[in-house]
Each structure stands twice: as structure tokens, then as C-alpha cells.
Design a protein around this ligand. Structure first.
Ligand SMILES: Nc1nc2c(c(=O)[nH]1)N[C@H]1C(S)=C(S)[C@@H](COP(=O)(O)O)O[C@H]1N2
Ligand SMILES: [Mo]
Length: 162
């Protein structure tokens, strides 16, 4: 059997954790969101709330930024924790199976009601696909979201998306 894919939560936390698909399914039902389309129109899959994940890793009080890392395509975004803490979702399951890569899986962050691309620190671009590490930081962490319109459009063209 192949090694399970793990999501790591570390940085300024009391208890770094590594979570598998099965671990995410076992997160308390209070933090599970079946069918994210109810909260984020047009998106599909089941999620756990970021809050539920943070309950496991226990961010230190001084942590004020959430940095999302996708090793797969070297994409990183860092957003103020307070702005996303209660809304952000981690999508991990589609039709009972791990979220496919074609949908940003195996783990994909979604930020409901984010600003349009490139208009705010918390924008749609921060909905990082293929997330393998969530790092709690003091101050802004690694972030290579495209900084100007041209490189941003270029990225969207490469993704073949919106
Ligand atoms: N890993 C990774 N996540 C990413 C990106 C990327 O290039 N790589 N692009 C971001 C950008 S710029 C946007 S606008 C959204 C687009 O998500 P969608 O293709 O699902 O609409 O994903 C974000 N997440
Ligand atoms: Mo974007």
C-alpha cells in the first residue's frame, strides 16, 4: 500500500500535527461541512473548517498569519489569521474519496467571500490548491502570489481557469 498523503500543520503551534484523509474524516462532526457549495457557490466536495484543524494544532497566541504551502507547484500564500479563522475551509473529500488533483486536491483551502483576485490580502488567489502544509506565523510568511496584473493573468492562463 502506498504511504498516505499528509497535511502538516506547524509553525507557531503548541502541537504540530500531520493529518491523513482518515484523520480529517475523524475530525469532530461540529467542524465538518458536507457539500461546500452551500457556503461557496460553484465549489464541490466536503470540508473541515479551519477552526477544527486549529483546535488540533493549538496555535500560540502570538500567531497572527496563516501561511499555506503547496509544494506541488511551489505556490504559497500568507493571510491574516483573524480574517480567515472562522470561515476558511479545507476541502478534502469528493463523493466519499480523497479530493482529486483536478479539483485542487488532495487538500484545498477555500476562503468564502474572498476579495477578487489581486485586490486584497485575502483574495481568491489565497485559496491554495494542493496544500501540503499550513504554517502558523508571527507576521506575514512566504507568499508568492503574483504581485502585478500581468503575472497574475499569466498564472490564470496557465491554470486554464477563471
Ligand atoms: N497551488 C496553487 N493554488 C492556487 C493557485 C496556483 O497557481 N497554485 N492559483 C490561485 C489563484 S491565482 C486563484 S484565482 C485560485 C483559482 O482557483 P480555481 O482555478 O479553482 O478557480 O486558485 C489559487 N490557488
Ligand atoms: Mo487569482
Amino acid at each position: 500500500m502506498s504511504e498516505p498523503v499528509l497535511l502538516r500543520i506547524d509553525g507557531e503551534v503548541e502541537r504540530p500535527v500531520e493529518l491523513s484523509f482518515t484523520d480529517l474524516e475523524a475530525v469532530d462532526a461540529a467542524h465538518q461541512v458536507a457539500d461546500v457549495s452551500q457556503l461557496v457557490p460553484g465549489r464541490k466536495g466536503d470540508a473541515v473548517r479551519l477552526n477544527g484543524l486549529l483546535e488540533l494544532a493549538l496555535p500560540k497566541t502570538e500567531a497572527d498569519y496563516l501561511t499555506l504551502h503547496a509544494e506541488a507547484d511551489d505556490f504559497h500564500a500568507s493571510v491574516p489569521l483573524a480574517a480567515v479563522r472562522s470561515q476558511a475551509l479545507l476541502v478534502y473529500r469528493l463523493e466519499g474519496k480523497p479530493l482529486p488533483v483536478s479539483t485542487g486536491g488532495p487538500f484545498r483551502l477555500l476562503i468564502p467571500d474572498a476579495a477578487a483576485c489581486h485586490t486584497d490580502e485575502v483574495d481568491d488567489c489565497a485559496s491554495v490548491k494542493f496544500v501540503d502544509r499550513i504554517e502558523l506565523c508571527v507576521g506575514r510568511g512566504q507568499d508568492n502570489r503574483p504581485a502585478d496584473d500581468e503575472s497574475h493573468e499569466e498564472l490564470h492562463r496557465r491554470q486554464g481557469g477563471s
